[in-house]
Ligand binder design. Sequence first.
Ligand code: C2O
Ligand code: CU
Ligand code: CU
Length: 535
Amino acid sequence: MKFSRREFLKLGLAGGMALAFPFFGASACSGPGESPTGKGSTGALLRSRATLPRPFTAPLTVTKVLEPARSDASGDHYEVVQKAGRQEILPGLKTEIWGYNGTFPGPTVEARSGRSAVVRQWNELSVPVSTHLHGGKTPPGSDGYPTDLILPLGQEAQDGHSPDSPSRHFHSETHSHGFKDYEYPNAQRAATLWYHDHRMDFTGPQVWRGLAGFYIVRDEDDDALPLPKGEQDVPLMICDRSFDEDGSFLYPSLDPSLLGEPGVEDDYMEGVLGDAILVNGAPWPFMEVSNTRYRFRVLNASNARRYELALDPEPPDGSLSFVQVGSDGGLLGAPLLHRTIPISQAERFDVVVDFSRYPVGTEVTLKNRLGAGTTADVMRFRVARRERDDSTIPRQLSDMTEFDGLTESRATVERGEFRFKRISENGRTMWGINGEPFDPERMEARPELGSVEVWNLDTDAHHPIHLHLVQFKVLSRNGERPRPTDAGWKDTVDLASGEEAKVIARFDGYRGRYVFHCHNLEHEDMMMMANFEVI
Ligand code: C2O
Ligand code: CU
Ligand code: CU
């Protein structure tokens, strides 16, 4: 059979792909009505052994903002200790988490565009870590390269080598001992970023244990808009987890110490899906809101789960549920209306919800249209009180001249297809790019500093594809117009099985080595990652 992928989709043969890739059969997430080509997550459901609580009983908490240890003319200096902590996530049970300052989610960093932040990350965990600022325009030495490890505090007494996977030592590996200073110039526009662990081979389990937090860049243009502010500007980190009987996180690591063999049990190599949905670390929380507009900065911090967010009931006046004002890379040019928001791992959607459309007393559930059973609910809002609302959503949100100017004719290089596909490596099934597993020594692309390039991306399953350093624009999807939710500056594009996308970016900021990879964290750990070097 010789069809191009596009023809394949056009002919409606996409259903046949489920046969070609038998793992879709195992995808516990393919609920009723979900097409195998398309919308669902790639992964297998890991069932909790603990009794999960009734939804909408825990209050939503908004994660604390991190105070700088000191500030001076050069910027703000922060100290963060990565360590274990115990949190009551399920009522009556304690969960050991690994967190930034011992909390999950980690504290929120509030940064100013143009003002630098230096974050000293201490490692008091038992394993090496690497911390990445997702969406950040960061110099290569502070980007959290997967082998740029911070060894646990105290390990300097040994030979200076991490005890992990001795077969995977690379020349380019660098180590810090006990701590590392990450320098973030914040020379970028206001946007909702997040920071998370990026350790080679072990990102999935380390993020699952809690190593993730928000990093919000603000600027004057964003501040000046009459959008909801203060308590009406709420970051929501959505992720799925599974729990063991005693409340500990379940995760199918081959070696739960995370010091030996990397990877997960075979059944979960497509990705690990939890059956409990957490928002800001609480299971299916509720939030009391006034009958006003709220700005929600929604992040999908899940390892493998993809969501389609919807309000239930929909607004009684017939208007669409969400007004999108921002994407991964900050404000859109103008607001966009959506009935539902599909969100893949690592994507951010900055949306305004106007609760004045509901009578006071209404309970509005944030649903996941791709979920079934426990995963069909995310959280609930209770419209609890009347309040005056000074916010509005302006028709014009931000200057997108630079974005609009990124057209194909500006590109000097076109690369790809970069094919994100399953591969077989030493008899084991893994995930690769162009048939190759990740190798820190191999450069897949060498864009010139400041140049504009078009990249073609192509998949065999659901793969959310993320590029470090840059924010890009989705030019097309399967040769056609992008989805409405592909709009604006993006650093991650949500590609369903068999889809292809053309994206365009300017590679500016810094010279050096960066990665691009699938943000299904199990795929990433199983080598679906490659390097580019800005020269
Ligand atoms: Cu959010 Cu390289 O990752
Ligand atoms: Cu080493
Ligand atoms: Cu993937």
